[in-house]
Design a protein around this ligand. Structure first.
Ligand code: ZN
Length: 146
């Protein structure tokens, strides 16, 4: 898988992780920071290596906790060089799907199968619950607005 995409996914994973964690750390300060809408580079590696306190975990919803686990798992896979491969069929997961759900373990087809077998497979939606895998739009930075 190409490095650029890998970096993009990694950044997105860390962003999602930061979003969840920051809600519980230094709440007010965080709100200010997020409110500033600044896209300045942050210390992503720090966030990636953040450990969870019991207090933090107590305050997370199950969905958030599950998402965090999937994010960490995906980051681990990036480190091991196996990221972006469907765990079920071994095929590469298409880029639009990875961009929409960077922590997904499966390609769309297998995700459906897994969901059917295991009941609700949680991590097919984002933290905000707004991602619809059927309706993925690829972001194209090279296309400007007319
Ligand atoms: Zn698959």
């Amino acid at each position: 898988m190409n490095k650029e995409l890998l970096e993009k996914c990694k950044k997105k994973l860390l962003e999602e992780k930061a979003k969840i964690l920051e809600r519980y750390f230094e709440k007010e300060e965080t709100q200010q920071r997020l409110g500033e809408e600044s896209k300045e580079p942050r210390d992503w590696e720090d966030i990636g290596q953040m450990t969870y306190t019991e207090e933090l975990l107590d305050n997370l919803s199950q969905v958030e906790m599950a998402t965090l686990k999937e994010i960490d798992y995906a980051l681990e896979k990036i480190d091991k060089g196996v990221y972006g491969i469907c765990e079920n069929c071994g095929e590469e997961i298409p880029e639009p799907r990875l961009c929409a759900i960077p922590w997904t373990r499966y390609c769309a087809k297998c995700a459906e199968e897994v969901e059917r077998e295991m009941g609700t497979y949680m991590p097919s939606y984002g933290v905000e619950g707004m991602y619809n895998p059927e309706n993925i739009q690829v972001e194209r930075e090279d296309i400007g607005e007319a």
